[in-house]
Design a protein around this ligand. Structure first.
Ligand SMILES: Cc1cc2nc3c(=O)[nH]c(=O)nc-3n(C[C@H](O)[C@H](O)[C@H](O)COP(=O)(O)OP(=O)(O)OC[C@H]3O[C@@H](n4cnc5c(N)ncnc54)[C@H](O)[C@@H]3O)c2cc1C
Length: 415
């Protein structure tokens, strides 16, 4: 985040996050990328010990009661060590804990949330299914009532932390005949009888985060483990798309930042034709564009955080802003990672520099937590709604009528 907007306290917070990121052992990063580690328990334990999990959760539950702006200052620093570690940090504490904090009962808060924030236990989130992630409401994982319990059957795919998590936030259909927004329930599911995870994916990047298949076979969960009640999953889903997408955007900025720094150092030292390659515009301009994109991405995350923190911006507009931030930041990050590798030349494509890992990791950002095509869909829907409901009614100059032939009504044909 920009240092010039930070208060003294926020700078202290940033430095705390930086110290944690510096603590991460190099070997852990290498072992995760080589898939020698499937789930880095010690990383989340250490984050818990430092009280760096679930920063927006109220203090009385073990969080810090911070704002979205504060959270994104930390997220950027957390993303720096590795995107995969950052993702684990975000999924368990930011998403699952926030869901319990906002929609769970007291029992879930005390028995599940508190140990999660201490880093004693771990959580994962299961939305995507083998049959698809974008069509979330077409979910086929279902639950049927049995006395005071619900029995869940189904499968989830690509679940970060499937390997390693003790608790899962699982969305399941509980009323198949109801309209989409009334048919789904968000359950907090323990790793119990009938829950099985399979570590089966050969991922291009983002390795070592336990991403696997989650199989649920006759899994019995008490009704009180349903967040926001039975068939109340829609509200949970909509609310959680803020930490899911805005949180991912903030982490992505941190994950790609080192690529620019490596490229900057390299291009200022490396010589060709007797000159530092930085002096060739084809090189220096690429770095310049990378820096510009990173700052633009930060600005977008910052303004979106302010919008969420204010609590005064209409939820539909927040939804658009969050989706815009996710899409813009991740596409910028991809361009930054790619161009940073380009200006470093052949050695950037080797494991002498971590650029190749950053490129592999960042590629996922445009696919997960809702693909960028789904972000476009949301932006489009929300923009048209907002324009005709709100913006078109504002008292502003009618520029359309400033054209010479603006009143040629016969030429303004729409059908
Ligand atoms: C490493 C990794 C970690 C992940 N972690 C998690 C996790 O922890 N929890 C979790 O629940 N999920 C997770 N995911 C899943 C991820 O969020 C999904 O892969 C993503 O949402 C896309 O779903 P899909 O793969 O089923 O693609 P599909 O939904 O099948 O989409 C395929 C393509 O079709 C496009 N498309 C689909 N519908 C439309 C439409 N209406 N308009 C325009 N284009 C459309 C998509 O944009 C995409 O390009 C993870 C994925 C990976 C690879």
């Amino acid at each position: 985040m920009f240092d010039f907007i930070m208060t003294k306290e926020q700078k202290k917070l940033r430095d705390e996050a930086r110290a944690f990121t510096k603590w991460v052992p190099k070997q852990l990063i290498l072992d995760m990328d080589a898939e020698k580690v499937q789930f880095p328990h010690e990383y989340l334990q250490e984050a818990g010990r430092r009280n760096l999990l679930g920063l927006r959760i109220p203090k009385e539950l073990g969080g810090r009661g911070l704002s979205w702006v504060d959270g994104s200052i930390v997220a950027e620093e957390i993303g720096v060590a590795s995107y995969s570690l950052g993702c684990l940090w975000g999924v368990g504490a930011d998403i699952v804990c926030e869901a319990i904090s906002l929609f769970g009962n007291e029992e879930l808060k005390q028995a599940v949330l508190v140990p999660l924030l201490k880093g004693e236990t771990f959580a994962a989130e299961g939305l995507t299914e083998p049959r698809g992630g974008s069509d979330f409401f077409g979910s086929t994982t279902y639950a049927r009532k049995d006395g005071g319990d619900w029995i869940i059957n189904g499968q989830k795919r690509f679940i970060v932390g499937a390997e390693g998590a003790d608790w899962f936030l699982v969305y399941a259909v509980t009323d198949p005949n109801a309209p989409p927004h009334k048919r789904i329930t968000a359950f907090i599911v323990p790793r119990t009888q009938g829950v099985e995870s399979k570590y089966i994916y050969g991922l291009m990047g983002m390795r070592g985060g336990g991403a696997g298949r989650l199989l649920l076979k006759d899994v019995r969960v008490p009704e009180r483990y349903a967040l926001n009640g039975i068939n109340g999953g829609f509200d949970v889903f909509v609310q959680m798309m803020i930490p899911e997408r805005l949180g991912a955007a903030a982490l992505t900025i941190g994950a790609v930042r080192p690529a620019i720094e490596i490229a900057t150092r390299y291009t200022s030292k490396r010589k060709a034709f007797g000159l530092p390659i930085q002096s060739f515009q084809a090189v220096g301009f690429k770095v310049a564009d990378c820096v510009m994109l990173l700052d633009a991405a930060r600005s977008m995350v910052y303004s979106t955080c302010l919008a969420v923190d204010s609590g005064k911006v209409h939820p539909n507009r927040v939804r658009r802003m969050v989706s815009q931030a996710k899409k813009f930041v991740t596409e910028s990050a991809w361009e930054i990672a790619n161009n940073s590798m380009q200006v470093v030349g052949g050695i950037g494509y080797t494991n002498v520099y971590p650029l190749e890992r950053i490129v592999r990791d960042i590629r996922l950002s445009m696919i997960w937590v809702g693909t960028n095509e789904i972000m476009q869909l949301i932006i489009q829907n929300e923009w048209y709604k907002e324009y005709f409901k709100v913006l078109s009614k504002e008292d502003v100059r009618d520029v359309e009528s400033d054209a010479l032939n603006a009143d040629a009504k016969d030429e303004k044909i729409y059908e």
